[in-house]
Design a protein around this ligand. Structure first.
Ligand code: HEC
Length: 138
């Protein structure tokens, strides 16, 4: 018998390797933009890791450096009782919606001049993703 693998077997082996590479490349792709059904659990946007340095986002958690963001959607800005807001945030007067949150996260100092959140702002895409995510925290 001949010990050298037949050309057929080598081609087959290459094909198997190529298929494996293609499959792992497909797995490495970022997830498709979220067009998730309403009931699907919200995925935390990457940018939210920065927010978490200063904000809790679980029900009932005490404020950290910033107010707890759980339930922020639909609540009046500067209205959590156990948090000491800046006069600017208390005077802002808006209700947090996907739109007001997006504007605030895009440029906090422009949206609420004089507020004390030390965050310079997100890219438009991140601001929208985080605003949409915040609206699901309830
Ligand atoms: C360096 C700390 C810090 C970071 C980072 C930070 N925040 Fe804040 N955030 C604060 C502080 C402090 C306040 C209170 C501002 C005030 O009273 O003027 C605040 C206020 C807010 C408010 C208003 C809440 C309310 O109850 O009215 C929202 C919404 C908010 N932050 C969202 C975010 C999001 C989303 C991110 C991430 C993209 C983020 N923050 C990043 C510190 C931070």
């Amino acid at each position: 018998m001949i010990a050298v693998p037949s050309p057929h077997k080598r081609i087959l082996a290459l094909a198997v390797i190529a298929a494996g590479l293609a499959a792992s490349a497909a797995l490495a792709q970022p997830p498709a933009p979220a067009q998730a059904p309403a009931a699907a659990p919200a995925t935390q946007p990457t940018e939210f890791a920065i927010c978490s340095a200063c904000h809790e986002s679980k029900a009932g958690a005490s404020p950290s450096l910033g107010p707890n963001l759980f339930g922020v959607g639909g609540r009046k800005a500067g209205s959590v009782d156990d948090y000491d807001y800046s006069p600017a945030m208390k005077a802002y007067g808006a209700t947090w919606t996907a739109d007001t949150l997006q504007a605030f996260l895009l440029d906090p100092n422009k949206a609420v001049p004089g507020n004390k959140m030390d965050y310079s702002g997100a890219s438009p895409d991140s601001a929208k993703a985080v605003a949409d995510y915040l609206m699901t925290l309830k």
